[in-house]
Design a protein around this ligand. Structure first.
Ligand SMILES: C[S@@+](CC[C@H](N)C(=O)[O-])C[C@H]1O[C@@H](n2cnc3c(N)ncnc32)[C@H](O)[C@@H]1O
Length: 231
């Protein structure tokens, strides 16, 4: 196949995997900083990164075989992006949108996710408007085409499991956009206190282990994809 476009590619961590299947892969992102990072890290000849917006895709009509979006769709103007996806996909082409919500977290077999559920509940005011589509696994996104595939996160078919120290695990929350929004709304001090308290609850639930102990962290992806009719 000829052309794959990864929209909202960020620094390209999920873009280059597609290089073996297409003559050309283009990562597109609205942030010049992300595009610069992706270009610096790029080592694959048929992958290029460009600045551009999901609501004005810089491609010809019916020219793209696959559009992917990893943890990005909920940031877009979905109506405008879907109009562009309809325009640029070739007949039979596919739009695949996938993402994960915050990860399931275990210490040995003890499920500690409830601590993060409570943290997330306390920040609902700051994430709901942008991230409700993640919570509902993109199922409330309107259909692009009739032919489609949906994989729910609970199916566990599409999952990345990692071992992470408590410190590294908490860094994920510190660096995420929701935490930045919480800081803007509630202030740095309050937000950091809430995060520290979640971390302490995790350590307590582990039996007062130290921060270098490892948790088992499952990123459970969900996916929705649609195929453009051929006639
Ligand atoms: C959570 S990051 C995901 C990055 C990458 N896809 C990944 O898998 O890690 C969301 C990305 O979407 C980009 N983005 C947000 N709005 C956009 C838009 N309208 N058009 C293109 N990219 C956009 C952001 O700049 C950011 O890099």
């Amino acid at each position: 196949m000829k052309l794959c476009v990864d929209v909202g590619c960020g620094s390209g961590q999920n873009t280059a995997h597609l290089a073996d299947y297409f003559q050309q892969v283009i990562g597109l992102d609205i942030s010049p900083h992300q595009v610069a990072v992706a270009q610096t890290k790029n080592t694959v000849a048929n992958v290029v990164y460009k600045e551009g917006s999901a609501d004005s895709l810089p491609f010809e009509d019916a020219s793209v075989d696959l559009i992917t979006c990893c943890t990005a769709l909920h940031w877009f103007n979905i109506e405008a992006f879907f109009a562009e996806a309809r325009r640029v996909l070739r007949p039979g082409g596919v739009l695949a949108c996938y993402a994960y919500w915050y990860p399931k977290t275990f210490y040995n077999d003890k499920d500690l996710t409830y601590i993060i559920d409570e943290l997330w509940d306390s920040w609902k005011e700051v994430w709901f408007q942008t991230h409700h589509h993640l919570q509902s696994e993109y199922t409330e996104v309107p259909d692009l085409y009739q032919e489609q595939v949906t994989i729910r996160r609970a199916e566990g078919k599409f999952q990345v499991e990692k071992e992470e120290t408590v410190d590294t695990y908490m860094d994920f929350y510190l660096s995420c956009a929701v935490c930045q929004k919480a800081r803007d709304k509630y202030g740095h001090q309050h937000t950091d206190q809430v995060l520290n308290s979640a971390k302490q609850r995790i350590l307590d639930a582990m039996g007062n282990k130290n921060e270098q102990q490892k948790l088992r962290v499952q990123y459970r992806y969900f996916l929705r994809m649609w195929r453009k009719p051929t006639c």
